[in-house]
Design a protein around this ligand. Structure first.
Ligand SMILES: Nc1nc2c(ncn2[C@@H]2O[C@H](COP(=O)(O)OP(=O)(O)O)[C@@H](O)[C@H]2O)c(=O)[nH]1
Length: 491
């Protein structure tokens, strides 16, 4: 008699076919339905009105995930032509005009249908801080002019304001740690060292600082469920352009007709007007009486003397706290890694000295060889570099090393903890991103709920469950399996 295979019974065949169709349908629906939707983005724009120039930054983030760290990124930056807005004190309307090209650029970069919901902020830093000290009415007029200009843009203008030094330092620290994904994960934070043209900031978390000593240097944050007690200080007049004024003022106190400056290359020769040099609140009270109209600024290229002149602009004589950096300012013990950006990066990158594993002594030696190089040779070697920047790298490099070691107390051991950086994951290091994250409430105080599975994880789980169900189905049909008995089944 012919053996009949139990798998060939109509019921079994129907169950198997339905099972397979159901499984295929389940996987297909799971994969198709969970495919990420076409990504929609939101945008934010911040104008950094610095002392030397203004820059516009565009940030974007996925529309659904405002609250997730590491998701906001810089997509574009635009450098405003001309000087910083504080330079337009005598013709404020020009400050507003100067921003137009970058605003036009932003209009092309941000999708038109998002324009009216895109917040636009302008934050001014030390250049405007100095102008407001010098002439508060001129500073108000400059703010009015930029506000009038930005209100005409199609973006949602949220105002132009002067940032305090403390805010500038703290937002720079937020930016660096946000981009490094250290805040959400509650990791040890990175300190921030920012060197601008008119001021410089140092911000870090130190275990031996709870804010009780010198409370004005303390900023507290609760971010993603973690509390931070940040130490921050901004030194007005210690940005690299104002620091250069301080050293030149130091060398021209007797009102000479010429000076031999150890921080400029041998053969450097420029005429400087006394009134220009002393036209800043950082030095205006020290303008020598009866000085001639101009002096000749000659380079000498002597590194050790340059270090002495630069050191002389720091005051180490008084400290009413347990410890100080300089000028009587409290500073707790340095702790952790540091990111040094803005002019720290421009200068050390030009000098090929961003590698902090090079011993400090070797760094100093290389800088002194550079400073001693004649000005003609320097110009020949770098025909494409702006002469103003080129002339100042010897001074700027010496200033940076002096500020870090004598000012902030970095040692040969702690110097390698510094990383000279320009960008982190494509976004510029600076206060602007931290400022926008704060104003848009994009960093929550408490840790967000654990995120949903990513698409690939979801598909994998559905596939595994489906395979298991399939195996289960096969086993549930066991009664219909062919028996392994020697006796043939007779129907
Ligand atoms: N070497 C060099 N210096 C720069 C560059 N951009 C800006 N600087 C200088 O670096 C300093 C700081 O600039 P920035 O970070 O824009 O500071 P701010 O203008 O004070 O906000 C100023 O002295 C600028 O003149 C650059 O591309 N190369």
């Amino acid at each position: 008699m012919k053996e009949k295979n139990p798998w060939h019974t109509p019921v079994t065949i129907i169950i198997t076919v339905i099972g397979v169709i159901a499984i295929v349908a389940l996987v297909t629906v799971a994969v198709l339905q969970n495919r990420p939707l076409t990504q929609k983005y939101k945008y934010g724009i911040v104008l950094d009105a610095g002392s030397s120039h203004t820059a516009l930054y565009i940030y974007q983030w996925p529309a659904e995930k405002d609250n997730n760290t590491g998701r906001v990124e810089q997509t574009h930056s635009c450098k405003v032509k001309g000087p910083g807005i504080s330079s337009y004190a005598s013709e404020p309307w020009k400050a507003g005009e100067s921003l137009k090209d970058c605003i036009e650029d932003a209009k092309r970069r941000v999708p038109e249908k998002r324009h009216d919901e895109t917040p636009l902020y302008l934050g001014a830093t030390a250049g405007m801080r100095l102008l407001s000290i010098e002439d508060s009415s001129a500073s108000n007029k400059v703010f009015q002019a930029v506000e009038q200009s930005l209100q005409k843009s199609p973006f949602s203008f949220q105002g132009a304001r002067l940032l305090s030094g403390q805010e500038e330092g703290a937002f720079g620290w937020v930016t660096v740690n946000y981009l490094d994904d250290r805040l959400k994960q509650g990791l040890e934070t990175t300190g921030a060292l920012d060197l601008g043209g008119a001021s410089t900031q140092i911000s870090f978390v130190s275990n031996n600082y709870d804010g009780s000593e010198s409370p004005k240097n303390s900023v507290t944050f609760r971010l993603y469920g973690n509390d931070y007690n940040l130490y921050t200080n901004s030194f007005l007049c210690y940005g690299k352009d104002q620091a250069l004024r301080l050293t030149l003022a130091q060398q021209t106190q007797s009102g000479p007709r010429s000076i031999l400056d150890p921080c400029f290359h041998p053969g450097y020769n420029e005429t400087v007007t006394y009134s220009d040099l002393y036209d800043s609140p950082c030095v205006s009270d020290r303008k020598p009486q009866g000085a001639p109209v101009t002096f000749t600024h000659l380079g000498q290229g002597n590194s050790s003397q340059c270090q002495d002149v630069v050191k002389s602009i720091f005051n180490f004589t008084h400290c009413r706290y347990t410890q100080c950096s300089f000028n009587g300012v409290f500073q707790p013990l340095l702790q952790g890694p540091f990111g040094a950006f803005s002019a720290y990066y421009f200068v050390m990158n030009f000098l090929n000295l961003t590698d902090t594993s090079i011993p400090l002594e070797v760094v100093r030696k290389r800088l002194s060889i550079y400073c001693e190089t004649p000005w003609d040779q320097i110009k020949q070697r770098h025909p494409d570099v702006k002469l103003k920047y080129l002339a100042e790298y010897c001074f700027s490099g010496t200033y940076i090393l002096t500020l870090l070691t004598k000012g902030y107390n970095f040692t040969s051991e702690s110097y390698p903890n510094i990383k000279f950086i320009k960008k982190i994951k494509g976004s510029d290091a600076g206060w602007t991103l931290g400022y926008m994250l704060n104003l848009t409430n994009m960093i929550p105080a408490e840790a967000p709920d654990s995120p949903l599975l990513p698409h690939s994880g979801y598909v994998s789980i559905v596939t595994v469950i489906t395979v298991l169900l399939f195996v289960l189905l096969i086993f549930s049909l066991r009664p219909f399996w062919p028996r392994c008995s020697k006796q043939p089944q007779i129907i």
